[in-house]
Design a binder for this molecule. Sequence first.
Ligand SMILES: [Zn+2]
Length: 123
Amino acid sequence: MTKMKLGVSMDFSAAHFLPQHPGKCKDLHGHTYKVEIVVVGEQKGSTGCVADFAEVKAHVGAVLELVDHKFLNEILETPSSENIALFLKQQLEKKLEQSDLGVSLYSIKLWEGRDKWVMIELS
Ligand SMILES: [Zn+2]
């Protein structure tokens, strides 16, 4: 079976400040973040699908519940985009392992606003 990648994207909003930042990010402010998740797996059975997009989104949504409309400094000591992406990656890897979706995380890209992002690729 051919391995294929599936992607979903979802938004969340949250507040944070970066205590060690030399510029204005040290003050309390908020963002709408976009998360793009890519998972990888094989087509299964007669459905022709690797995984149901809705089920993948449900798992991503469950993880985003942890950060949506939250004050991120209460979750992470330094809630930089990099650290938020790492946190979401860890949570999502755990969720996917526990699920019966049969896919694994390939990459996570976290957009902070419209023009800035960080990406973690898993090998
Ligand atoms: Zn910020």
